[in-house]
Each structure stands twice: as C-alpha cells, then as structure tokens.
Design a protein. Structure first.
Length: 295
C-alpha cells in the first residue's frame, strides 16, 4: 500500500480576530508555531476557522496567507465547503489558484440532500477543479450523513481522495477502509477518538487541539503511525482532558481562550459565537495544566 497523500496531524486552524478584523500577524505566527511544532499539514478556514462568519474576501485572504506562510513546508488543505455546489466549486478553484494542495469540502448543510444529491455535489466539484478533495462528514453540524456506499462511489473519481470523518463511528471507519480501497485517505475529525480511529486504520486527524498543543499532538500521531500504541496511549492520557475542554462551550471559543492564555492571540470570536463561559475556562485551564502547557 502506498503512503497516503495526507497523514498525521493537521490543525484545523483558528482565524484570530482583533477589533473585528482578521488579525493577519497573529495568524501567520500561529501557522509558524504549528510548523515548528512538527505538524504534518495545515487546514485553514474550516469550522474551527469560523468560516461561516468570514466574508468571501476574508476567506480567500486567509487561504492565501496560509499558503504563503507555509511555503511548501507542509501541505495546505483549504476549507472550501458550501451548501451551494457552485460556491464550493468557486472556493475550490480559488484554493487551487493560490497554491493549496487540496480542499476540504463539508457535506452541504441545511438543505439536506439525498445520497444521490451528495454524490452529484462532489462529482460536480471533481469534474470542475483538478485538485484533491477531502469530503468532510460531520452530521451533528450539517444534518446530513454521507454513507459508506456513497463514499465508495466517490472514491472511484480521480479528485475525491479521502475523508475527514467526524461521526465518531469507529466500526464505520473499518468498513469504509475496506470499501473505498487502499488509496482512500482517512482522517478523523474528533481529537478524543483519534487513538481508536488510528487503530481502525485511519491515517491521521484534522485536529482542534493541535492549535493549542502542536508538539504533543504531532508526537501522538507520530507514535500511532509508527505502530507504537503504548507511547500513543501515554500521549492520549496527557491530552484527553484538553480534548474535552476545548468543546466545553461553542467551538472555537474555548480554543481561542486557551491561545489567549498562552499569549498567542486574542480570544475574540464572531457572533453568534461568544467568549466561553467561566465554567468552560476553568476546564480549559485544567486541561492545559494536565497537558503540561501551563503551571
């Protein structure tokens, strides 16, 4: 089996704001920190990047900044999802134009297409843009769940290369691996389930926690990829409370609070996301301590 196109840990990057605007200087510094921490790729303007509240101009600018800052040192998988197929194609084309290595395309939200509609959506993107595409399946957010049978059909298309799976359904991962073939890239979208997902044959994770703890997350996935699950378990135990704490309030507000506590960016979010609660902040601080990131 060939080495997968994308593997290891790829942070689902936050988009830092200051006074209501994208804080480009902070974003560049966050990207540099991730690369220095040993991550295996970068994912700008996904859910954690608050893409739903970015203007199209801001979305494109963040992708451009990420690609420019990465300078080919690690691959960039740009968020390009929409519940409009035409808009998803437009965003994927922009990602290709500025040099992204792939696009992450969430299943269309709100309009709840059928399985045939999902297949047609991704096939249209496949046909329109010569860029590797990762399907993002997150039913809790989109109210639609793409089936393994549909993914098996999509895996036969040249530009649909894999999935970010945020279902938390580990048996599905094993079945999907068998059905979609050896070249199908399988990335988890759930930090707390990463250990199990890797054991089921996954290749890595698009990670929220990596924003806060890049070195520790990279060490965890390096151990998994080396088959050293005893070491991976020790890393999991160190990180599990932080994984949970970063979802103690609406994401990414706890992650931005953690980054602000570490002095890396402001904790500013955009409505309808508000700063995280005091209870969530206490959980985040405890998670940071347990992960060895703060006293």
């Amino acid at each position: 089996m060939s080495e997968p196109m994308f593997r290891g840990v790829l942070p689902a990057l936050v988009t830092p704001f200051r006074n209501g605007e994208v804080d480009e200087e902070a974003f560049v510094a966050l990207v540099e920190r991730q690369i220095a921490g040993g991550v295996h790729g970068l994912v700008p303007v996904g859910t954690t990047g608050e893409t739903a509240t970015l203007s199209h101009a801001e979305h494109r600018r963040v992708v451009e900044l990420c690609v420019q800052t990465a300078r080919g040192r690690v691959p960039v998988v740009a968020g390009a999802g929409s519940n409009s197929t035409a808009e998803a194609i437009e965003l994927a084309r922009h990602a290709k134009t500025v040099g992204a290595d792939a696009a992450l395309v969430v299943t269309p939200y709100y309009n709840r297409p059928s399985q045939e509609g999902l297949y047609a959506h991704y096939k249209a993107i496949n046909d329109a843009v010569q860029l590797p595409i990762l399907v993002y399946n997150v039913p809790a957010r989109t109210s639609v769940d793409i089936s393994n049978a549909t993914l098996e059909r999509l895996a036969k298309l040249p530009n649909i290369v894999g999935i970010k799976d945020a279902t938390g359904d580990l048996p599905r991962a094993s079945l999907q691996r068998l059905e979609c073939g050896d070249d199908w890239v399988m990335l988890s979208g759930n930090d707390d389930g990463g250990l199990g997902y890797m054991a089921h044959g996954g290749h890595g994770c698009i990670s929220v926690t990596c924003n806060v703890a890049p070195e520790a997350c990279a060490d965890f996935y390096n151990a998994c990829m080396a088959g050293d699950y005893a070491t991976a378990l020790a890393h999991q135990d160190r990180l599990i409370r932080l994984h949970k704490a970063l979802f103690a309030d609406a994401s990414p507000s706890p992650t931005k609070f953690a980054l602000a506590h570490l002095g890396l960016c402001a904790d500013e979010t955009r409505l309808p996301i508000t700063p995280c609660s005091e209870a969530a902040r206490a959980e985040v601080l405890a998670g940071l301590r347990e992960a060895g990131l703060t006293d």
